[in-house]
Design a protein around this ligand. Structure first.
Ligand code: HEC
Length: 129
């Protein structure tokens, strides 16, 4: 009796790492962008790393140093206002990413020469998180 209980207990312990692995893998599968969002979030994720946005922002799913020069970009889909100045819709996000100085001449975020296509895909990725 006692022995059987103990062995079923260790069985549960053995499945735990598999369960955690499955959860971790599930976290990596691409999420679908919210309705009305244009662009390719998967491509956007790659573009984010290429432009090294993670050197100033904590971005979900993008490994990088834990830095807080700009705010973490983890809840862009839920935010109402962008950079304290723009309504947070996809068009504004693209505008900000391509040319932050056109929105706020004093912002510390540099113009990184992001192409229209890349900015659209990056915004799709951010809005999917
Ligand atoms: C040199 C550091 C730096 C880099 C690199 C950088 N940013 Fe920023 N970013 C900032 C700062 C600082 C702010 C806050 C600006 C403000 O509110 O005036 C900001 C703000 C933002 C915001 C608005 C966030 C909010 O809270 O409203 C978005 C979106 C954003 N950045 C996206 C990006 C993307 C995408 C890239 C890569 C193409 C990038 N940033 C690269 C520094 C940076």
């Amino acid at each position: 009796m006692d022995g059987a209980e103990r062995s079923s207990g260790s069985g549960a312990l053995k499945t735990l790492p598999m369960l955690l692995l499955a959860l971790a893998l599930a976290g990596c599968t691409p999420k679908r962008p919210p309705a009305g969002v244009q662009g390719d979030p998967e491509r956007g994720k790659i573009a984010v790393s290429q432009y090294a946005c993670q050197s100033c922002h904590l971005i979900p799913g993008v490994p990088g140093s834990k830095v807080y020069v700009g705010r973490p970009l983890s809840d862009m889909a839920r935010r109402k206002v962008l950079a304290g100045a723009l309504p947070n819709d996809q068009a504004s996000l693209v505008r900000w990413i391509r040319d932050p100085q056109s929105v706020d001449p004093h912002t510390a975020m540099p113009d990184m020469g992001v192409s229209e296509r890349d900015a659209l895909d990056i915004s799709a990725y951010l809005l999917t998180q």
